[in-house]
Design a protein around this ligand. Structure first.
Ligand code: ADP
Ligand code: ASP
Ligand code: MG
Length: 412
């Protein structure tokens, strides 16, 4: 076949191709897998080819981690990745079998077979590339290709995972590589103003900007993995989020210029398991501060809500980190401050970060006043703001009250 005819054929296939992603709760048991297979079959019958990305069944990944900790409370990240990726391989194979039962030409692929290339650390690798040609070739012969989410292979040939919730990112990266739309299905019917499990009165959002979704996801709205939104924004991939179990209309994540009516506050999210770290009595020496943050970066630690208080005689540094990274943080701090004898350090765990997000904050004043007004009876530990987000740190016992008060105040 000439190169031109082959390219034309591939373009014709891609015009009708869509990426679907189904999360753990959508493929939790054989019955649900069969129902998803029916949903995909209907799409194929209407003329599409579907590249399906799946997560592990139900709570499989949590259970695999628990299992690992039963044999070694500090599992080697490489071995943990070896273990965790098995979950997605099970669901991909089962979904492909279910599709074949419905007479769909389907094939499942793991990260090796799909040649999903990653870079970076075990348990939090990033996708670098996909074998577009391979998928394009397979799409000529198959109507469904089921790919394991959450995983890739690094340049050393090691299998790596993308961080919890990472199969959303697998799906968006695949859609970006193929240049096709991405539809992400889960147990909720779209993106809500806040987690409907936390605040049942939350409203469904029909359109949200990449930047807003990025802030919400990075501050705890696990409906989308935040890297998936980053990739979608970079490659201008429109994401649709909908329900795996119904045909109710979902939500779109789009570019800001597509939004007709900009609300001041679009959504609210909460992130559990936050530890506030307070390093006191440091000398007023900013090269030391740089060293501290350099060591954090080298250790791959994500530091949040940073504040520095310089009273002229000494420095205090305060920031937050997720609780399970405390051990790595302690090592990094020791390394950075190894030449210092006299400093105090305090760790306060059991906090929640509550954030409100909206592009309209850029042009509207008074959001901070409303924010603090709503939280008047709740002690606030730390506050950070940027152009489209205000976040505060509160004790976990105030989470429900803070979420409810802010949701009411901003009519979410
Ligand atoms: P999946 O396993 O399909 O990837 P997740 O559990 O990762 O699904 O994400 C879906 C969950 O995200 C929902 O069940 C919901 O509780 C939670 N969630 C958090 N914030 C939001 C939000 N703003 N809108 C919708 N769902 C949200
Ligand atoms: N199964 C993985 C997890 O539980 C990936 C995902 O769900 O996206 O984190
Ligand atoms: Mg998820």
């Amino acid at each position: 076949m000439s190169k031109v005819t082959q390219a034309n054929k591939q373009n014709a296939v891609l015009k009708n191709t869509v990426v679907h992603k189904y999360g753990g709760s959508s493929v939790a048991d054989p019955e649900k897998i069969m129902n998803i297979a029916k949903k995909i079959t209907a799409r194929i019958k209407s003329g599409s080819k579907v590249v399906v990305v799946v997560s592990a069944m139900g709570k499989t990944t949590d259970n695999l981690i628990k299992l690992a900790k039963q044999v070694n409370e500090n599992p080697d990240p490489r071995e943990l990745d070896m273990l965790m990726v098995t979950g997605e391989q099970v669901s991909a194979a089962l979904l492909s079998m279910a599709l074949q039962k419905l007479r769909i030409k389907s094939k499942s692929l793991n990260a090796y077979q799909a040649n999903i290339q990653t870079l970076g650390k075990f348990t939090e690798a990033k996708i670098k590339n996909f074998d577009r040609a391979k998928l394009l070739g397979l799409l000529q012969s198959y109507d469904a290709i089921v790919v394991t989410g959450f995983q890739g292979v690094n340049p050393e040939g090691e299998i790596t995972t993308l961080g919890r919730g990472g199969s959303d990112t697998s799906a968006v990266a695949l859609a970006a590589a193929l240049g096709v739309p991405c539809e992400i299905y889960s147990d909720v019917a779209g993106i809500y103003t806040t987690d409907p499990k936390l605040y049942p009165q939350a409203k469904k959002i029909s359109q949200i900007t990449y930047d807003e979704m990025l802030e919400l996801a990075a501050s705890g709205a696990k409906v989308l993995h935040s890297r998936s939104v980053e990739v979608a924004k970079r490659f201008n991939i429109k994401i649709y989020c909908g329900s795996s179990f119904s045909t109710e209309k979902g939500s779109y994540v789009v570019n800001e210029d597509m939004i007709i009516e900009k609300t001041v506050v679009t959504g609210l999210s909460a992130m559990d398991n936050q530890t506030q770290v307070y390093i006191k009595k440091l000398p007023v020496d900013y090269s030391l501060v740089r060293e501290v943050f350099k060591k954090f970066a080298l250790a791959g630690l994500n530091i949040d809500m940073i504040s520095i208080i310089d009273n002229g005689t000494d420095l205090a540094l305060s920031f937050t980190i997720v609780e399970d990274k405390k051990k790595y943080l302690q090592t990094a701090i020791k390394r950075a401050l190894k030449d210092l004898r006299d400093y105090d350090i305090e760790y306060n765990s059991g906090y929640v970060k509550v954030s409100v997000v909206g592009v309209g904050m850029k042009t509207n004043v008074g959001v901070a006043a409303d924010f603090f007004g709503a939280l008047k009876n709740i002690p606030i530990r730390l506050v950070t703001t940027s152009e489209i987000i205000i976040s505060c740190l509160v004790e976990a016992k105030y989470k429900h009250d803070a979420v409810t008060a802010l949701a009411k105040k901003f009519k979410l």
